[in-house]
Design a protein around this ligand. Structure first.
Ligand SMILES: Cc1ncc(C[n+]2csc(CCOP(=O)(O)OP(=O)(O)O)c2C)c(N)n1
Ligand SMILES: [Mg+2]
Length: 584
């Protein structure tokens, strides 16, 4: 262990020397032992030396300008790799900055470990006013899947092992690990330290579904006249891509990918029913969800979306739900055939139980979907072909759609309201886990953190399609992108505000309306300030040229794409959730 400190032993025989190690090195060694090679964080007391020593020990340490962005980066690294993403912060305010990302990770089932340094326990617990005093463990607990504190250097190995298991096993989530300042300098005999570390064996064990649950699900699917499969981001996370494709293609059942499951099969797949979503959801009689939850993104499985007459009404569908959590079924409506296990094992078991004689869905159902799709695709093509001046979301995203098609390995990070909804529906994805977005909460601020992680961990070109408001939440990280020379092309769909930029102050005063920003803001200069490339694009041709050049050069690039400030709708596609907008 090159990381340990040598010290001569005074008493024993001269042929032996006693080596000692310390808390700093035990943390680093425990992470390395478990295959963790990257830390996202922001240094300061008491973890400054930890960042230095981690870099010295060969870990990649990516230092951010705000902990929330480091946290988002860690969480999406977890989604991409099935290894917990590590975010390292200082105490109280740094911890709190990272905590939003931890809560978001838990909500989205991303494996992540937030490691925060903390102040003196004795002082914190007596509330005597320590530097950055806060009972971090108590605050993190309700927002994390699990939360642990390590007080003794000998327990670091166990602490990290428990954090890793909690983050990745079963339904993944965010884990908090509290490391008080006093832990780091504690010295331990190096050999004892080495023996205290744990290389976690089988951190995310397979969970095999019960054969009777599988049979129940297959029987239900066989009985369907209008079956539908919904793929969620859990299906994308599982990395069971070929089994899932086999299941879709062998059954011939039309499928809908949720946002981050786009690309699990190419969006151009003939069985994709995305372009007929509002037809297949109310029309289906049996729906199989794979790693997708019946939360708000699926209208809770009820109401008009599903053919119910009132918002609380259930449709007539029967549901198969494939999920790793036994508690997921019946969360919103009755699940007729829950299949509990890891997605890979479940899909394999379903395939085995189906055999090779599963009959394709009735042609009537497939033809009706195909007809809707053709109509909607033609309508969309017509809209995309227009070249208005200034650009609208469609004309700008038509360019992005072509660029992503030509670069299917690129990661697509996406946030905003209209900037999100239009991108999701217009830009096809071709490969699994390439689309990284606002997830379950629809949270703004993931943009630059996700972009950094995708470039660092995925080692591919990143294209970030950002609303101008969305970008503002993490915009300072363009410095991080430039500092690490990452191949990130940020495109801001700039409509001068939240949803749109043409709103006036209803009182007629000098203050602008709460939803609008400085007009014609030159966001591209932000990237130029740190040595990247900035482009002001007011036509689709300028946007195309700039994106092509960004991808060719792999230079950090920010394109300020000027969009008609009246082009957006309030809340994008979720106006129905906005009480005041509904009244309008
Ligand atoms: C952390 C957080 N704060 C606030 C919101 C509310 N919100 C939803 S979308 C959005 C910004 C939309 O504007 P923009 O990114 O410019 O997208 P546009 O619709 O203009 O394309 C905001 C503030 C949120 N989702 N998350
Ligand atoms: Mg906007």
């Amino acid at each position: 262990m090159g990381a340990t400190v040598s010290e001569p032993k005074v008493t024993a025989d001269v042929s032996q020397t006693q080596e000692v190690t310390d808390g700093f090195h035990l943390v680093i060694d425990a992470l390395k032992l478990n295959g963790i090679d990257t830390i996202f964080g922001l240094p300061g007391i008491p973890i400054t030396d930890l960042t230095r020593k981690a870099q010295a020990a060969g870990l990649r340490v990516i230092a951010f300008r705000h902990e929330q962005n480091a946290g988002y980066a860690a969480s999406i690294a977890g989604f991409m790799t099935q290894k917990p993403g590590i975010c390292l912060t200082v105490s109280a305010p740094g911890f709190l900055n990272g905590l939003t990302a931890l809560a978001n990770a838990t909500t989205n089932c991303f494996p992540m470990i937030l490691i925060s340094g903390s102040s003196e326990r004795e002082v914190v617990d007596l509330q005597q006013g320590d530097y950055e005093e806060m009972d971090q463990l108590a605050i993190a607990r309700p927002l994390a899947k699990a939360a642990f504190r390590v007080l003794h250097a000998e327990d670091i190995g166990v602490g990290i092992a428990r954090a890793i298991r909690a983050a990745v096993s079963g339904r993944p989530g965010g884990v908090y690990l509290d490391l008080p300042a006093k832990l780091f300098p504690q010295s331990v005999d190096a050999e004892a330290g080495r023996r205290s570390l744990i290389k976690v064996v089988d951190p995310a064990p397979r969970q095999i579904p019960a054969p009777e649950a599988v049979k129940r699900a297959v029987d239900l699917l066989r009985s369907a006249k209008k079956p539908l499969i919904i793929l969620g981001k859990g299906a994308a996370y599982a990395q069971a891509d070929s089994e899932i494709r086999e299941l879709i293609e062998r059954t011939g059942i039309p499928y809908l990918p949720m946002s981050m499951a786009k690309g699990l099969l190419p969006d151009t797949h003939e069985q994709s029913a995305s372009a007929a979503r509002s037809f297949v959801l109310p029309g289906a009689d049996v729906v199989m969800m794979i790693g997708a939850r019946l939360n708000w993104l699926l209208s809770h499985g009820k109401g008009k979306t599903w053919g119910g007459k009132t918002p609380k009404d259930w449709g007539g569908q029967k549901f198969v739900q494939v999920d790793i959590s036994p508690q997921e079924a019946d969360s919103n409506v009755r699940i007729d055939a829950p299949v509990v296990g890891d997605i890979g094992s479940c899909v394999s078991a379903l395939l085995a139980a189906m055999g090779n004689d599963f009959s394709k869905p009735p042609a009537e159902w497939l033809n009706a979907i195909a007809e809707r799709k053709t109509k909607n695709v033609a309508k969309m093509a017509e809209t995309l072909a227009k070249t208005p001046s200034p650009m609208n979301f469609h004309s700008a995203l038509n360019v992005v759609r072509d660029i992503v098609k030509a670069n299917p390995d690129a990661y697509l990070v996406n946030e905003g309201a209209n900037a999100l909804d239009f991108t999701r529906s217009i830009v096809d994805m071709y490969k699994p886990r390439k689309r990284l977005d606002v997830g379950t909460w629809g949270v703004m601020g993931i943009g630059m953190g996700f972009a950094v992680a995708a470039a660092v961990v995925g080692r591919q070109q990143v294209i970030a399609i950002e609303g101008d408001s969305a970008f503002g939440f993490s915009g300072m990280e363009v410095e991080t992108i430039c500092r690490y020379k990452l191949p990130v092309c940020v495109v801001i769909l700039n409509n001068n505000g939240v949803y749109r930029g043409d709103e006036k102050n209803p009182a007629g005063g000098a203050d602008p309306a709460p939803l609008v920003f400085v007009k014609d803001a030159r966001y591209e200069k932000l990237m130029e300030a740190f040595g990247g490339v900035g482009v002001h694009a007011s036509t689709a041709d300028e946007l195309r040229k700039a994106m092509e050049e960004a991808i060719r050069s792999r230079k950090p690039t920010l394109i300020n794409a000027i969009i008609d400030e009246g082009a957006g709708t309030e809340s994008g596609r979720i106006t129905n959730l906005n009480p005041s907008a509904k009244k309008k």
